[in-house]
Ligand binder design. Structure first.
Ligand SMILES: Nc1ncnc2c1ncn2[C@@H]1O[C@H](COP(=O)(O)OP(=O)(O)OP(=O)(O)O)[C@@H](O)[C@H]1O
Length: 360
């Protein structure tokens, strides 16, 4: 139904989408997830030409959307869009908002448009509000009207751009319930959302966006339970990374500790975990690794889900595991690190050594 090839979009030289490729089939419900600013909304807006792509190809039912003679109005009619901010006309009653498009663009007569509009309002639970003005409705009700208005244009696919982001949390579920119902009726939909549980329940497929692309595409089961790629895993498990390049020549342990503390506080580590992580890093870097290597890539991964902290030290070395030797000079440091961590793994390939451990 929709085929996207090598889609790119830049804003003033900033590449937001670099190479997006996707095939979307009729009846699919696709949730588009990923960190903020990775171009999820831009991708959706490119599909119905609210943003003009910088490069690439979009075909809908075989028709080249980017061709100069494409009828954009017809395209938007096929592809309804529901916005975060509802975009209702505040001076028109609910039913007038719903019938405006069908009367002017589909050329339905008023009676037919009203009858169909009332059916749609009924299907989103708002028939009783047909003669209210948008300002008399709650945010959740406004969004349900916006969905009815989109459906009134008989779209073949509906694009939802963060439909619940502007809502008070108490109103999120009423809107999600309407979208769920549409999914169960077989409507083709793409939904940019930060509601992970909803995305998992309602979707037939998930697009995880990162690095300007659909970084990973799979079933909800794959993406949420067995993500294949590292950034997807970090996002799904709410893992935050602290990365630091330590150089022996200019390493400042006070500055390092201050940055690590700021990161740890932001990611809600408790005081004891912060102190222990700092102590491990100090022993590993100052006493165990830096005396014999000039540079260490340190990475600390914190999971917001279960509070697990994983440390990884990557450095150049031809030696074995520095925690497993019997060097008297490092005995105290090795004991401290061993007592504060579990599951230490050492690996060396050629001259690159990696020592991983998990904070107890
Ligand atoms: N019209 C525009 N002009 C300039 N920059 C834009 C425009 N639209 C989006 N951007 C930039 O493109 C980047 C991606 O924005 P987009 O809204 O697509 O991301 P997103 O993944 O949907 O983010 P979020 O989850 O926070 O909504 C952001 O850095 C944003 O500031």
């Amino acid at each position: 139904m929709i085929s996207v090839k090598h889609l790119a979009k830049s804003f003033d030289g900033l590449a937001v989408l670099s190479d997006v490729n996707a095939e979307i089939n009729a009846g699919e419900v696709i949730s588009v997830i990923g960190p903020s600013g990775t171009g999820k909304s831009t991708f959706l807006r490119c599909l119905n030409l609210l943003e003009r792509p910088s490069a690439g190809e979009i075909r809908i039912d075989g028709i080249d959307v980017l061709a100069p003679d494409t009828d954009v109005r017809l395209l938007r009619q096929k592809m309804g869009m529901v916005f975060q901010s509802f975009n209702l006309f505040s001076h028109l009653m609910v039913i007038e908002n719903v019938i405006l498009g069908p009367m002017h663009l589909l050329h339905l007569d008023r009676k037919t448009a009203v009858a169909r509009g009332m059916e749609l309002l009924d299907s989103v639970g708002l028939a009783a509000k047909a003669h209210a003005f948008p300002d008399e409705l709650s945010g959740g009700q406004k969004q349900r009207v916006a969905i009815a208005r989109t459906l009134a244009m008989k779209p073949e696919i509906v694009l939802f751009d963060e439909p619940t982001s502007a809502l008070d949390p108490t109103m999120v579920s009423e809107v999600l319930a309407v979208i769920r119902k549409l999914a169960s009726q077989g409507m083709t939909m793409m939904i940019v959302t930060h509601e992970m549980r909803f995305a998992r329940d309602v979707s037939s497929r998930i697009f995880y966006m990162d690095d300007g692309t659909i970084y990973e595409d799979g079933s909800p089961e794959q993406i949420f339970n067995h993500p294949k790629r590292e950034k997807t895993r970090a996002f799904i498990h709410k893992i935050s990374l602290f990365e630091y390049l330590v150089r022996r020549d200019d390493f400042d342990i006070y500055q390092f500790n201050a940055e690590l503390e700021a990161f740890s506080i932001k990611h809600l580590l408790n005081q004891q975990s912060i102190l222990n992580t700092q102590l491990i890093c100090e022993e590993m870097l100052c006493n165990i690794l830096l005396p014999s290597t000039t540079m260490v890539n340190l990475s600390i991964a914190c999971s917001e889900e279960n509070g697990q902290v994983d440390l990884s030290f990557n450095y150049q070395s031809g030696e074995g595991n520095p925690l497993a030797n019997d060097d008297d000079d490092t005995m105290l440091s090795r004991t401290i690190v061993s007592n504060l961590t579990r599951e230490q793994h050492f690996n060396r390939e050629h001259n690159r050594a990696t020592l991983k451990m998990t904070l107890r």
